[in-house]
Design a protein around this ligand. Structure first.
Ligand SMILES: [Zn+2]
Length: 266
């Protein structure tokens, strides 16, 4: 037991333990570099693309791409090419992964019924990436239960806490933000950042309220990321209504310069 703990702390020294401040001022522990998270995001996305059916409908792809392009163009830093893939599935789901990958399920398009509502979800998912939420989740997994298994692997490898082994072990059990659900404070943070982002991209932030009303009505099979458990729909809608005071002026500024309205296919 003591050996494992020693190993774990040695591993933490190796990986470097950074206590960060999130964009809205929460303190978060991040054990991985952005390069490592991008690698993990890349391999997770590859895996998901193999598991799910990729949508081949050109009009739907163009529509989702159009909305995603406008949202990513409004990001303060343009250091990633964002890959956008539409999956054919009834699941009401979407996600974004570190390294610049966005997945949207066709089931979401029945609930997010306008470009502005779709921009709400895409903005929210991108905000999870910007705020390092998957790094936070994977770090937490390593520090708790999963950390013990990882220590066993390190022991098996002759007691050397190899960083690549850690990453491999994490990659086996963890698809970032996909299997590990985000926490309530992360969801709220992604809402705050996402609404601001969509407003800067010229999408009406009032649509965020409509989207979550639709989401509450839809019920049914919702993907892990958009689960109704956290925060409750009612609480979320109330918070989004409060955010309008700040978001609407941003939208009024940006809407005039919108060139592509992203027409939803019939
Ligand atoms: Zn979320």
């Amino acid at each position: 037991m003591k050996g494992i703990l020693l190993l774990l702390s040695a591993a933490l020294l190796l990986t470097g333990c950074a206590t960060n401040q999130s964009p809205t001022g929460r303190s978060q522990t991040l054990l991985f570099s952005s390069q490592e998270m991008a690698q993990l995001g890349e391999s997770s996305f590859k895996q998901i693309k193999q598991q799910e059916t990729i949508n081949q409908d050109k009009a739907i792809n163009a529509y989702v791409q159009c909305v995603a392009d406008r949202v990513t163009a409004a990001l303060p830093q343009q250091n990633l090419p964002w890959e956008v893939v539409v999956f054919k599935s009834d699941q009401v789901n979407a996600f974004a992964l570190p390294g610049g990958h966005i997945g949207v399920y066709t089931g979401l398009l029945d609930v997010a019924v306008s470009a502005d509502q779709l921009a709400t979800v895409i903005g929210h998912e991108i905000a999870h990436v910007l705020a390092n939420h998957s790094n936070e989740q994977v770090s937490r997994a390593q520090l708790t239960g999963a950390g013990m298994q990882l220590a066993d692997i390190a022991l098996g490898a002759g007691g050397i806490a190899d960083k690549d082994l850690y990453m491999a072990a994490l990659g086996l059990g963890v698809q970032v933000g996909y299997i590990l659900p985000y926490g309530r404070s992360q969801e709220t943070e992604a809402d705050v950042m996402g609404v601001e982002l969509m407003a800067r991209a010229g999408f009406d932030p009032a649509a965020s309220v409509e989207l979550w009303k639709n989401m509450a009505k839809a019920g049914g099979e919702q993907g892990p990321e958009l689960l109704s458990t956290h925060p409750s729909h009612g609480q979320r809608i109330a918070q989004l209504q409060q955010m309008q005071t700040k978001a609407q002026p941003l939208y009024q500024q940006s809407r005039a310069s919108v060139k592509n309205i992203c027409q939803r296919p019939k």
